[in-house]
Design a protein around this ligand. Structure first.
Ligand SMILES: O=C(O)C[C@H](O)C(=O)O
Length: 514
């Protein structure tokens, strides 16, 4: 038996991490594209079909353009299984090698990725500018290889991770379904729900996080039938979660999840820890193995698997064209929940840090550096532009994080319209009604597609905030859906209720044979 350690160069780890992060920034996993294409064909809700179509079209454009699928290019999470017969030739720690790979990938001049990580998360929250550090999990295993699973996890879906410890006899299925029904759609469905059961609090979370990177195989599982309690739970959850009618982007529809993963580990007799982590439509991960023969060599996927969706397939009939430069309160009050609008003209951008600072200015009686009166604001933190782009991928961020600022911003600035992603909470909805300032949504996960509607972009305030600075965008035909109108009607309430009812009626109809 050869007992000599196998040498793996640190540089091969670093290069492979960098190449893998670039690769997953623009190539969706083909298994996800296959499922989403099926969901697109099946979808009957026009809004949800349009959203899935935009995600698929965006994915194809990102793959051919080699630009990020989503403006949120993620928090890097690594699961490394290091064979105990391996010796890593490096002067730095394993985590430093990974971080150097992250730095190289995110600062790549051909395809720069958006740095989203802030240090001092408690107080200063300063962007580290290279997306480091990654979250690295290492396990020592038998063998002479290193297997690395790397993911770039979106912030919106990570924010919806949940944990509980159930009583041993309580139903995991009920807790998961109840919890998903409270998450809203900031996690950007259609995606996956991953569930970790057992171990301890942190172990359950890790089980869920690791399992979400497994191959999507729900239709195969349903076809062959479950062979374990975990598999039976996967099918049950897949059916029950989709029956909630949440649909793509929470607009109401048939597909909320394309798969549900379940991983288990022995637990204490007194406990049943359960972790739930959603995976968004920017489902980015890759597993590769290093055996000492050099860095990983990644082949592009077969792009003929990406459906060729055109504007005509997007169910955009009856759209209303809006000139943002001539908005009036009368006009915005006439927009109705569920309508598709195509926005043209100038809009401002601003997200978490810009809102916090604007409210600090207002509280201190200082004038804002930009006049929001009569304008639309888009909640976005774009990727840096390259080559002929005016802006990099620029999809919407989760609007509910701006809810706490809505009342003050609307009261003090005369802002007319907000554009973002997913539902608003009760306080923001009240402010929308009170100040007659409607709320529109763009499709989360269609960032590169949306960026093509941006014809000019310039930073107008808070440049030090990096991707969170306030820009002025000039857009042409940017597609959005009217989500909360000035009466307070919300598509994120009415859509899922309608599709839940329709699906229940359909299954009743099927069960009685009509
Ligand atoms: O940070 C972002 O751009 C978006 C975030 O991933 C979100 O979904 O809210």
């Amino acid at each position: 038996m050869n007992t000599r350690a196998r040498i793996i160069a640190g540089e091969d780890i670093l290069t492979s991490v960098a190449d893998a992060l670039q690769y997953i920034s623009y190539y969706h996993p083909p298994d996800y594209i296959r499922c989403l294409s099926e969901a697109f064909a099946r979808e009957q809700s026009p809004s949800a079909k349009n959203a899935i179509g935009q995600i698929l079209l965006n994915s194809r454009m990102a793959a051919f353009g080699r630009r990020p699928i989503c403006q949120d290019t993620g928090l890097v999470v690594v699961f490394a299984k290091i064979g105990m017969g391996v010796r890593i030739k490096s002067r730095t720690d394993f985590a430093d090698l990974v971080n150097e790979g992250v730095r190289r990938a995110y600062l790549d001049p051909d395809n720069p990725l958006r740095p989203s990580i802030v240090s001092d998360p408690l107080v200063k929250r300063i962007n580290t500018r290279d997306n480091t550090p990654a979250v690295v999990h290492v396990e020592l295993v038998r063998g002479k290889q290193i297997e690395i699973t790397i993911a770039a996890k979106g912030g919106g879906s990570e924010n919806k991770a949940r944990f509980t410890t159930l009583n041993p006899s309580a139903s995991v299925s009920d807790w998961v379904v109840d919890t998903v029904s409270t998450l809203g759609s900031g996690w950007c469905p259609p995606g996956l729900i991953s569930v970790g059961i057992g171990g301890s609090a942190e172990k359950a979370m890790l089980l869920a996080k690791e399992a979400m990177n497994e191959r999507i195989d729900m239709s195969e599982l349903i076809a062959r039938g479950p062979s374990s309690a975990e598999e039976a739970l996967r099918i049950e959850l897949y059916e029950r979660i989709n029956a909630l009618g949440i649909g793509a982007q929470g607009l109401g529809g048939l597909t909320t999840v394309v798969d549900v993963k379940v991983a288990t580990y022995p637990a204490h007799a007194a406990s049943k820890p359960v972790a739930l982590i959603p995976q968004c439509a920017a489902n980015r991960h890759l597993t590769f193995t290093l055996d000492g023969s050099g860095p990983v060599r990644l082949q592009p996927p077969d792009l003929s698997e990406w459906p060729q969706i055109g504007a005509g397939d997007l169910q955009m009939s009856g759209v209303r064209r809006v000139n943002l430069d001539t908005l009036t309160r009368e006009e915005t009050a006439s927009w109705r929940c569920g309508e598709t609008l195509l926005l043209s003209g100038k809009m401002l951008t601003g997200r978490d840090a810009a809102h916090k600072r604007m409210v600090e200015f207002i509280d201190a009686g200082k004038p804002l550096p930009v006049d929001l009166r009569g304008r639309a604001i888009y909640y976005v933190g774009p990727v840096r532009a390259v080559r002929d782009e005016v802006v990099g991928p620029a999809g919407p961020t989760t609007s509910s994080r701006m809810d706490d600022f809505a009342e003050k911003i609307l009261a003090e600035t005369g802002l007319f319209v907000m554009v973002g992603k997913a539902e608003r909470g009760p306080a923001a909805t009240e402010a929308i009604v009170k100040y007659k300032a409607p709320y529109l949504v763009a499709v989360g996960g269609a960032a590169y597609l949306i960026s093509r509607a941006v014809k000019a972009a310039r930073i107008v305030a808070f440049e030090d905030l990096g991707m969170e600075a306030i820009y002025e965008f000039e857009v042409q035909d940017m597609p959005v859906i009217m989500a909360v109108d000035v009466q307070g009607n919300s598509i994120h309430n009415s859509g899922p209720i309608e599709w839940r009812k329709r699906m229940a009626a359909d299954s009743i109809a099927r069960s009685i044979g009509i």
